[in-house]
Design a protein around this ligand. Structure first.
Ligand SMILES: [Fe+2]
Ligand SMILES: [Fe+2]
Length: 323
């Protein structure tokens, strides 16, 4: 049986592909400035500088938009943790080092623009936001233990995660009901898409280099996939709200994130797996079937829940107009 490649062998073999893809990224990436996306005229001082502190009535964002904005911003804020994971599993040298630095700088811009927007427009409570950021960053981020096993696992995880954040930012823009927020989040989502392409190309090259080994990592990552917000205050509540209202739900996860990437990698068409890879592919197939069933179950539950809520609202409306 062929032995697995070591971390060093993988990184050395894939370095020329990393270089090509860093160059590709730099030629595609658009220069943009956070200050161009923030309506500064809407801003005013808070009480400490003689103005007025935040009050819920000042926010123009709905409940779903608030939950999604906070979740997505706190995720961006946790960049030092992701930087650590990526920097530890990728090399600091050559094209790898260039990528890690560039990617980190681009991600930082996302947190800057979203925070500026939210504070200037008073979209969310800035004190609660800061408290949540402190808690979330202090907790940090650790990938699930079983999925924490080096370069292949990292590159597989970030491929799906970048695409997931793209979907989430994009849909958050739509529910904000503000063309300025929509434009800002479209800009951020476009960055996430380019990040995804870099990682997807690297993971694809790893599949060509070490098919069985890479498929092991991909399968494990998908079986354990979690959005990177665990450890965030209200993560579950906000996650449910986002899933319920189509910001990021299980169908989007399966159809807009998992399936397109697996298709791009030709996972179910390849003939370069050995018996070990074939077995893993079967396991992955079963996992996807189960995910498909879970999608239907989730949607039935969601529809029932939304119908109950609509009925409750109608009853409240009827009783308030009767009184
Ligand atoms: Fe980002
Ligand atoms: Fe990204």
């Amino acid at each position: 049986m062929a032995r697995d490649l070591t971390q060093l062998e993988l990184l050395t073999e894939l370095e020329p592909v990393a270089e090509q893809n860093v160059n590709r990224h730099l030629s595609m990436a658009k220069e943009w400035h956070p200050h161009d996306y923030v309506p500064w005229d809407d801003g005013r001082n808070f009480a400490a500088l003689g103005g007025v502190d935040w009050d819920p009535s000042q926010s123009k964002l709905g409940e779903v938009a608030k939950a999604a904005m906070i979740t997505n911003l706190l995720t961006e804020d946790n960049l030092p943790s992701y930087h650590r994971e990526i920097a530890e599993n990728f090399s600091q040298d050559g094209a790898w080092g260039t990528w890690v630095g560039r990617w980190t700088a681009e991600e930082n811009r996302h947190g800057i623009v979203m925070r500026d927007y939210l504070v200037v427009t008073r979209g969310v409570d800035p004190v609660a936001l800061e408290e949540a950021r402190m808690i979330h960053m202090t907790n940090g981020f650790a990938s699930p233990a079983e999925a924490d096993a080096g370069f292949l696992h990292s590159v597989a995880y970030v491929t799906f995660q970048e695409l997931a954040t793209r979907v989430s930012h994009r849909n958050t823009g739509k529910v904000c009901d503000d063309p300025i927020a929509d434009r800002m989040l479209q800009r951020v989502a476009a960055d996430e898409n380019l990040h995804m392409i870099f990682y997807r190309n690297m993971c694809g090259a790893a599949l060509d280099l070490a098919p069985d080994q890479a498929l092991d990592a991909i399968t494990l990552i998908l079986e354990n996939f979690q959005m990177p917000g665990a450890g965030m205050p209200n993560f579950r509540r906000n996650g449910v709200l986002m899933a319920k209202h189509g910001i990021y739900d299980l169908r989007q996860h399966l159809e807009e994130v998992v399936q397109p990437v697996l298709k791009k990698w030709k996972i179910f068409e390849r003939d370069d797996f050995t018996a070990r890879g074939e077995q893993t592919r079967e396991r992955l197939g079963l996992f996807l079937d189960k995910l498909g069933q879970d999608v239907l179950k989730f949607e039935e539950q969601r529809d029932r829940m939304l119908a109950r809520e609509a009925a409750k609202r109608e009853r409240q409306l009827a009783s308030s107009s009767a009184s």
